[in-house]
Design a protein around this ligand. Structure first.
Ligand SMILES: Nc1nc2c(ncn2[C@@H]2O[C@H](COP(=O)(O)OP(=O)(O)OP(=O)(O)O)[C@@H](O)[C@H]2O)c(=O)[nH]1
Ligand SMILES: [Mg+2]
Length: 401
């Protein structure tokens, strides 16, 4: 219920009261029992509430009946999360993804005779029907289906462009690290402070952070340059929440692709939150759903400054206790990342044709060159580089020439 209140706040709604009921089973048609509904109705009137938010996903019938009985707008948890997403996303891809999730949520909820979407909802409720919501008033099932297939087509096009971008990144051979975790755990703060501490590249642009659920919904990718010319790419993406609507996970899969392609996943956990176990379970569940396979994961317990444990420290199992706001912590985290992704540095001897000056340049920026000799038909170079780069350069191996 606390989390639901925070979700409401993230949607610019003010919480004026709470109510709950202990029931063995949910009442099929109305969710709550009759007496409870009356009680809620009176409480809402007394507190001048305009919207009732239910901490669950309701059936369309339950919502209709509750709206009729209370004469107030009813918003279920799924719809609330969809509202937040559609009001907050920025990039075209994320906008389409949310729109798709909303339409898929609405589709089975369309009712031929009595369409609750036709009602004037949300007056003074603090939420508005923008984006997909605006058009849904006039939509019938067929046009929604048409829209869904159009959006899917548009997304496919964008995804292909994204894939091209991703390949360009891959071509730079840099290892990729993905920050994941529950919303508000400190992913963006971690990214920003890694940038402050290390990035030499021009792209030091900070990611928006705030003590608010779902501050970041779009994916941000940055480059971090450690010492010894060891660089990696790091991505920060949408956070997770318990019972994240399935349609949202589905439509965000392309965005979350970053996570599957990563060489290392950092699961940022808010160590100061009393619900830490549920949060870890939620993240594990979403990661399972993304089929991340055998990508190694570090669990990074953040905000330890708000607990009585000492930090920064690396635990026996390789997890880290830190505070994203503390430079010493950030340096220890960077060390841990370096150990994980550059454990396979190797010395290789290569022989490059003379016209491959750009490749030579690349080796100078991404590795520690030990020896370099110009010969008649090419350049001999001995260098220490990570396995990922060594593999890409395998065909220029000196020994095999
Ligand atoms: N005390 C303390 N606060 C922190 C720490 N790290 C982050 N915060 C605060 O926690 C809040 C959320 O941080 P963000 O970095 O926005 O979290 P996020 O995981 O990116 O969250 P979303 O983008 O909303 O999913 C902000 O108010 C941060 O200032 C920390 O180590 N200690
Ligand atoms: Mg964030």
């Amino acid at each position: 219920m606390d989390e639901l209140a925070k979700l409401a706040e993230a949607n610019q709604m003010e919480v004026v009261g709470r109510s709950w009921q202990n029931l063995e089973t949910i009442v099929t048609g109305t969710y709550f029992g009759l007496g409870k509904i009356n009680e809620i109705k009176h409480l809402a009137k007394e507190l001048h509430a305009t919207v009732i938010i239910i901490n669950d996903e309701l059936t369309p019938t339950q919502i209709r009946n509750l709206e009729k009985m209370t004469k107030l707008s009813i918003l279920d948890r799924t719809e609330l999360i969809l509202e937040i997403f559609s009001n907050r996303v920025r990039t075209k891809q994320a906008k389409l993804q949310v729109q798709l999730a909303r339409l898929q949520y609405e589709l089975p909820r369309l009712h031929p005779s009595e369409n609750r979407l036709d009602q004037q909802r949300g007056s003074g409720g603090g939420f508005n029907n923008r984006g997909a919501g605006e058009t849904k008033l006039e939509l019938n099932r067929r046009t929604i289906q048409q829209q869904i297939s159009n959006i899917k087509k548009d997304l496919k096009k964008i995804n292909q462009q994204e894939i091209i971008k991703a390949t360009q990144r891959n071509n730079s051979f840099l290892p990729q690290v993905a920050l994941v975790g529950y919303t508000n755990s400190g992913k963006s703060t971690t990214l920003n402070n890694l940038l402050n501490e290390y990035s030499k590249s021009a792209d030091k642009k900070q990611v928006f952070t705030k003590d608010m659920l779902f501050a970041t919904l779009d994916t941000h990718v940055r480059r971090i340059d450690l010492e010894n010319k060891l660089s990696f790419i790091i991505s920060d993406t949408v956070g997770f929440v318990s019972n994240l609507p399935h349609n949202l996970i589905e439509s965000f899969k392309a965005t979350l692709q970053e996570v599957r392609d990563a060489d290392l996943i950092i699961n940022v956990v808010d160590a100061s939150d009393p619900n830490i176990l549920q949060m870890i379970q939620t993240t594990t569940k979403v990661l399972d759903e993304l089929q991340i396979g055998d990508v190694p994961i570090i669990t990074a317990f953040n905000k330890v400054d708000k607990t009585d444990r000492s930090y920064p420290q690396i635990e026996g199992n390789g997890n880290i206790l830190y505070s994203a706001k503390d430079p010493e912590s950030i340096r220890l985290l960077a060390k841990l990342i370096q150990k994980k992704i550059f454990s396979n540095l190797q010395v290789v001897e290569l022989f490059l044709p003379l016209q491959m000056g750009d490749k030579l340049n690349y080796l100078h920026t991404h590795g520690q060159v030990i020896e370099e000799k110009y010969q008649d038909n090419g350049i001999y170079i001995k260098t220490k580089i990570c396995k990922k780069i060594a593999d890409k350069f395998a065909k220029y191996n000196y020994k095999s020439k």
